[in-house]
Write a protein that binds this ligand. Structure first.
Ligand SMILES: Cc1cc2nc3c(=O)[nH]c(=O)nc-3n(C[C@H](O)[C@H](O)[C@H](O)COP(=O)(O)OP(=O)(O)OC[C@H]3O[C@@H](n4cnc5c(N)ncnc54)[C@H](O)[C@@H]3O)c2cc1C
Length: 278
């Protein structure tokens, strides 16, 4: 690790001023950034630790959305009854990230700013049509992830929170890469008042929507609606773990399974209506 200037600001405006400095980088859980520094893959003049910014932590219901602070660790999202009741798919997603150490240190903001092609949260954000709120503006999830490890964030821009609209039903499924537990393929399905959204992570260089499945499921929200559909493998990832063709097939299988999970959630709401938030 090279020497760097370490700062731990007490408020967001000080953090913003520091993060805009040339060659300064913000630090959240450090699960991705610290190894990069340790392995000398990158060098920064300064590190701006967001750990003291309590305003960036926590989960709250805000109208028809659940707002989650950027510095909220995955374990807190997984443990939140509010999230489990309102957006079961988000609870499933956070519960399946890495292992307990990763879930206790890794944060929502760090995960989405990092934009790893195999990360789980991008599927949740795009699947739910979430909004990323930064210290400068609001960005629709559909516009946030722009490529492999690329986002719409400008240099020094800090994610404050993500607003997840509460859907009618939602579920997440992933095929884990067994060593890292990242998603070989992950599929988030949400049924909303404006239609069905299906977001896929792990299969391509960045999260994407499976639009043919969205159209079919919009007509009939049933796994049978996916019969005859195929996802084109062109442009999908091929690596030592799986070919593009394997991933394309897995996306279709997981989408069908995730629709079944959504139906299970809806049935459980019907038998326990007091858990139905919306
Ligand atoms: C062994 C292991 C297994 C993992 N398994 C999974 C998995 O199964 N699924 C999964 O999704 N992820 C997985 N992860 C990733 C992990 O969950 C973290 O989300 C990820 O490492 C980054 O989060 P962090 O909070 O640690 O961010 P950091 O490492 O601190 O930062 C990552 C990047 O985000 C930037 N950043 C951080 N916070 C903000 C902010 N608020 N605004 C702007 N930029 C910001 C930093 O500058 C840096 O560029 C795994 C990680 C490890 C080490």
């Amino acid at each position: 690790m090279y020497d760097f200037d370490y700062r731990r600001p007490k408020d967001l405006s000080e953090a913003g001023t520091l993060s805009r400095r040339d060659d300064f980088k913000v630090l959240a859980g450090g699960m991705s950034l610290i190894p990069v520094l340790k392995m000398r893959l990158a060098r920064y003049a300064g590190i701006v630790d967001l750990g003291a910014l309590d305003a960036l932590k926590g989960i709250r219901r805000d109208g028809d959305a659940i707002a989650i602070g950027a510095m909220t660790p995955h374990a807190e999202v997984a443990a939140s009854e509010e999230v489990a009741r309102a957006i079961p798919g988000l609870h499933q997603l956070a519960s399946g990230i890495g292992d307990p150490l990763v879930r206790n240190r890794g944060t929502l903001g760090g995960s989405i700013a990092n934009a790893d092609p195999a990360a789980d949260y991008p599927a949740g954000l795009v699947g739910l049509g979430a909004t990323v709120v930064t210290d400068r503006r609001a960005i629709a999830a559909d516009d946030f992830f722009t490529g492999l490890f690329q986002t719409a964030l400008e240099p020094g821009e800090i994610v404050r929170e993500v607003r997840f609209p509460v859907p009618q039903a939602s579920a997440y499924s992933k095929l884990k890469q067994p060593a890292s537990r990242f998603a070989l393929v992950g599929v988030f399905v949400a049924r909303t008042s404006t239609g069905v959204r299906v977001a896929v992570t792990g299969a391509g260089p960045s999260v994407f929507r499976f639009e043919a499945a969205e159209a079919a499921l919009g007509k009939s929200f049933d796994p049978a609606a996916l019969e005859g559909l195929a996802l084109d493998a062109a442009g999908l990832n091929t690596d030592i773990h799986a070919t593009a063709e394997y991933r394309a097939h897995a996306v279709k299988v997981l989408t069908a399974r995730t629709v079944v999970k959504c139906h299970c959630e809806e049935r459980s709401w019907r038998s326990n209506p007091e858990t139905l938030d919306k």
